[in-house]
Design a protein. Structure first.
Length: 133
């Protein structure tokens, strides 16, 4: 029965288990295009917590400030992560952390409870949640 086989395939893909390294790899690959020139980044996933570190040491943010650039990057990075449907149910919290030349710029953290949907069903974090801490 073709219908049953297709249904079983979808079910197994939906419940696929990923290692932490596989999740980190998916996120790294997905957010690569969200990074600017000379921006370095790393991704760590543990126990439902997704941590993205962005290093602005080689970046001149002019005419923006580092804070403005961090907020803009967080928006694009988290939008991309929210589109990763295979891992959406595996994380509970995302923190995007920024630094430059050994100085901390700050962190922006959102939880699954912060996710909203637009009129087309697309997921996003509200802009008011993007405050550097």
């Amino acid at each position: 029965n073709i219908e049953k086989a297709t249904s079983e395939t979808k079910k197994s893909q939906k419940n696929k288990e990923f290692t932490n390294e596989e999740i980190e790899g998916q996120v790294k690959k997905a957010i690569k295009d969200d990074m600017g020139k000379d921006e370095y980044y790393s991704v760590v996933f543990r126990d439902g917590y997704l941590f993205v570190r962005v290093d602005f040491s080689e970046v001149d943010p002019t005419p923006l400030t580092f804070e403005d650039l961090a907020i803009a990057r967080t928006s694009s990075i988290t939008d991309t992560i929210l589109d990763l449907t295979d891992i959406y149910n595996l994380w509970d919290k995302i923190t995007v952390s920024f630094g430059a030349n050994e100085e901390e710029i700050g962190d922006i953290t959102n939880t699954k409870d912060d996710v909203e949907k637009n009129e087309f069903g697309g997921r996003y974090f509200p802009q008011e949640n993007f405050a550097l801490e």
